[in-house]
Every structure is written in structure tokens, then in C-alpha cells.
Design a protein around this ligand. Sequence first.
Ligand SMILES: C[S@@+](CC[C@H](N)C(=O)[O-])C[C@H]1O[C@@H](n2cnc3c(N)ncnc32)[C@H](O)[C@@H]1O
Length: 231
Amino acid sequence: MSEPSPASFFDVWDTYQKVVSGDYMFHHEIGAELRKFLNAQFDGRSFSILDLGCGDAATLAPVLDGMTVRRYKGVDLSEAALALAAENLKSLAGSLELMRDHILAALAEEAQYDVIYSSFALHHLPTEQKAEFFRLAAQRLEKGGLLLLVDVVREEDETLEIYHQHYCAWLRGRFTALSADEKDLICDHIVNNDLPDASSVLHAQARAAGLKVATRGTQFGWHWLLSFTHA
Ligand SMILES: C[S@@+](CC[C@H](N)C(=O)[O-])C[C@H]1O[C@@H](n2cnc3c(N)ncnc32)[C@H](O)[C@@H]1O
């Protein structure tokens, strides 16, 4: 089982920023859905949020803009990404903490959050570690809290190998602002690091952890927004 390689991921960070600004992975649409979820849940009330695999937080920062965030904690393995996150989140009103850590280690710490959020990071964990993610997240969520999970999700009938082939073929057609070399770099990263599971697996793991599926999920191709609360 290959472990994620965030150092190599950061080598393609410039390329990832082009993917985000081209909205090729639907960050814009998912951000709009996220905003709706948070507004519906908190309706102006303050909340704390743990952002796991926060990267540079460039897409979450505008979503949180205007919301009453009491406490934000961002966790990532990449120091360079965390430095960018500090800049992108500097106008956040509440307390801001950024920590270099593994997602599961951060969840093992005794603290409660109103929102646990992770975007395009969980697919780096093997299936059994995703189950651990849900178990720990259920323990860290305040009563009535929300687990919001944005990630690539495999089709039910796709093996990992077929997913890699399908996704790379799709991105070569869609990511039009990227050069052939950049597309090769991303595909290389995907084949060597990405371990997405099917939504049935994620839903079953969440239920086993005592979480309730809040909505079936919003889907843009393989890119999903899943939401869970305490059962
Ligand atoms: C594709 S980026 C997503 C960044 C941001 N959340 C977004 O949605 O744009 C994935 C991030 O997850 C981080 N990451 C991957 N595996 C991780 C782990 N096990 N623990 C903490 N961070 C991890 C990487 O360093 C990278 O910054």
C-alpha cells in the first residue's frame, strides 16, 4: 500500500493552483454548496472548524468570509502549504491555528469542533485508515456538529486501476490550461498517490462510526461533497 507523498505533491502545487483557478475539479461549485450548508447549520452563530489537509486554504477562505468563525485549526503535512494558508486566512476574525501534522494524528488530539472539514485530502489514506478517520472524527465532533467531506470518489463498479485510467483520460481532455507535461505530472501523482473509495464504502464507514448521513451528497462527476452528523 503506498503512503501519500506530500513532498512530491507540493512539487506540483503550482499546477494544482492552475487546476483550482480553472475550476476543473469544481472547487467553485462545491464552495457554493459548502457555504449553503454552513449558513443553514449555523445561521450567523459562531462555530469552530478543523480543516484536515487544508493545503493553502485558498478555496475555503472565501467560503468562510463573512461567517462567524470562532476558531479555525488547519492541519497539513506540508509546511509550505501552511505558510500560504496563513496568508490566505489572515482576515479571519476568530483564532487561527495551523499545524504540521497527519490527519489521523490531529484527530487523535482531545478537542471538539462544530465542523470537521476535509477537502481533496482523504483519498490519500488507504481504506482502513479512512475508517479510522470516521471513528476519530465522530469523537471530535460536538453534538449537532457537521462533518463535511469533499473528495474524489470512485464509481461503485470502478477498480482503483480503472479509476486512475478513467480520471487521467478525463483530465487530459478537461484541464485545457495545462501543458502536456503538467498533465503528465498530475497523472503520475494520481497513479502513485490517490486511493479513492466508492461512496458506499465511505457511507458504511461513517455509519459504523456512529455518524448519520446528512444528505446523499452533491456530486460533480467523481468530485463529491458528503455531509454527516451525529446519529
Ligand atoms: C489536493 S490538496 C487539497 C488542498 C485543499 N484542501 C483544497 O481543497 O484545495 C491535498 C492536501 O492534503 C495534504 N495531505 C495529504 N495527505 C495528508 C495527510 N495524511 N495528513 C495531512 N495532510 C495531508 C497535502 O499536503 C495537500 O496539501
